[in-house]
Design a protein around this ligand. Structure first.
Ligand SMILES: Cc1ncc(COP(=O)(O)O)c(C=O)c1O
Length: 461
């Protein structure tokens, strides 16, 4: 129960001819009906209310008694009254509808299995930080992020991804999402007007750019990743290691052309390395940033490796933009949460982060293999792409079969799957299903794919 002995704003506003008791009763009823005093909230004792309103205790008790009789309050014996749950205020206009219940099988491609989160290790590192961190750690942190995390990241990213960075080039951000916002602001301040995104790519990206007053241009993707020819923009957001959502790897020749393009145009390449940690059948390819650290801003996140709820990510920024990026981060939200940053730094330094990623990779690989078996069994004629890495695969549908219709049909039978059309920006539509297997237990995969196959068959008829 919530206590409102601090409801100091309640005031008696007595109308002509109204008794004190009637005025107190009306004032409380109005506060309840307006939604300020919500069901379940405990009100002050009659003695405290009387003192606050400057009336006798008898007047306050009587007002409570009347409201209880009308069903507005519950008055438990020997304690202060509680607002009854029978009076619920009407929801404010424009409030969102209730979220739909979770589907039986969730194949959303953007989320990992958060049930794998290493709670015990996180908690132990967090406790260590709380025990040992100086008092200053509870103050506002550095806008770029806690130095110990930036040092740990510079080592980690160099070792695992071939990123070349000093701690001063790293800005810790609240998700890759904020990383894009931050870079967009830096670009706008430097006079940029147009930023290209891959087509298809994450649906929120064009919107995010437009909200920063940038024009978003859609640049096509093929089996070798982003097509560099015809690229005309001040910057481009790419997913070179595992294109989202097609899973294509940006080929060697394309990488060189993209970097040449950025030098020629003095344009920035934004490398979104969102799921680089999960690679199954082939050696990881070095991050683009490692090939030219003056032209590439590199984005990494804990949203796939640990949990989206942490909102911990990083931008490795070309040196000449680092001070501007720091200023923007300060404007956006001063700094990302310092205690959580120190916790992550500890997890990276003591090896728990790597151990967790290895464990999660084994789990995801098994799920991926099971998904492939089931797809081969139930939808053998459909090509599957992007399976060597990440937490999702793309299944191409036969020409003429609407992916949105298939997804809607699957949703009716309890499977949530994202149609490729959602990630296409040119208006042409997608013709594919983006299947996230991260959060689906192996035992559930056969049933989910059977439902999906039935949905495809129904649309083919
Ligand atoms: C392409 C891509 N980039 C980045 C992210 C991570 O975003 P954030 O770090 O804001 O959670 C995701 C998450 O699904 C993604 O799909």
């Amino acid at each position: 129960l919530l206590q409102v002995d601090e409801a100091r704003w309640l005031r008696l506003d007595r109308r002509d001819g109204e008794t004190l008791r009637a005025a107190a009763e009306r004032m409380l009823r109005e506060a309840i009906c307006s939604g300020a005093l919500r069901p379940g909230v405990r009100l002050p004792s009659s003695r405290a209310l009387a003192a606050q309103l400057g009336v006798s205790r008898g007047v306050a008790s009587e007002a409570y008694g009347q409201l209880a009789a009308q069903g507005f309050l519950a008055v438990p014996t020997k304690s202060a009254p509680v607002v009854a749950s029978v009076v619920s205020p009407p929801p404010p206009a424009g409030l969102r509808a209730e979220p739909s219940p979770p589907p039986r099988f969730d194949l959303t491609p953007t989320t990992p299995d958060v049930a794998l989160f290493p709670r015990r290790r996180w908690l132990s590192a967090f406790s260590e930080v709380m025990r040992s961190a100086p008092v200053a750690a509870l103050d506002y942190g550095e806008p770029r992020g806690e130095r110990e995390l930036r040092e740990a990241l510079a080592d980690q990213l160099g070792r695992t991804r071939g990123v070349v960075a000093t701690a001063d080039q790293i800005v810790v951000v609240s998700g890759a999402a904020q990383g894009i916002d931050l870079l967009a602001r830096v670009l706008v301040a430097r006079g940029a007007r147009r930023v290209a995104v891959e087509d298809p790519s994450l649906d929120s990206q064009p919107e995010r750019l437009r909200s920063n007053r940038l024009e978003a241009l859609a640049q096509p993707v093929d089996r070798d990743g982003l097509q560099v020819e015809g690229l005309e923009a001040d910057a481009v957001i790419v997913t070179p290691a595992h294109q989202f959502p097609t899973g294509a790897v940006l080929g060697g020749a394309r990488r060189r052309r993209l970097l040449d393009w950025s030098r020629r145009r003095d344009a920035l390449v934004i490398e979104d390395d969102y799921d680089a940690e999960f690679r199954y059948d082939r050696e990881p390819i070095r991050a683009l940033q490692g090939l030219d650290r003056t032209r590439v801003a590199y984005l990494g996140t804990t949203s796939k490796t640990l949990a989206p709820a942490l909102r911990l990510a990083w931008v490795v920024i070309p040196e000449h933009l680092a001070d501007e990026a720091e200023e923007v981060k300060h404007l956006l939200d001063v700094c990302s949460p310092p205690i959580e940053q120190r916790t992550l730094a500890r997890l990276i330094r003591n090896g728990d982060y790597d151990r967790h990623v290895r464990r999660a990779r084994t789990v995801y690989r098994r799920r991926r293999d099971r998904l492939m078996e089931e797809l081969a069994g139930h939808l053998p004629e459909l090509p599957v792409e992007g399976i060597a890495a990440g937490l999702h695969a793309l299944v191409r549908l036969p020409t003429g079969i609407g992916d949105e219709a298939v997804a809607a049909r699957a949703a009716r039978d309890g499977v949530r799957v994202v149609p490729l059309t959602r990630y296409t920006h040119s208006g042409g539509g997608g013709g594919g299903l983006v299947i996230g297997y991260g959060r689906l237990h192996e035992a559930s995969i056969p049933s989910a794919i059977r439902i999906l196959a039935r949905a495809v068959a129904a649309m083919c008829r």
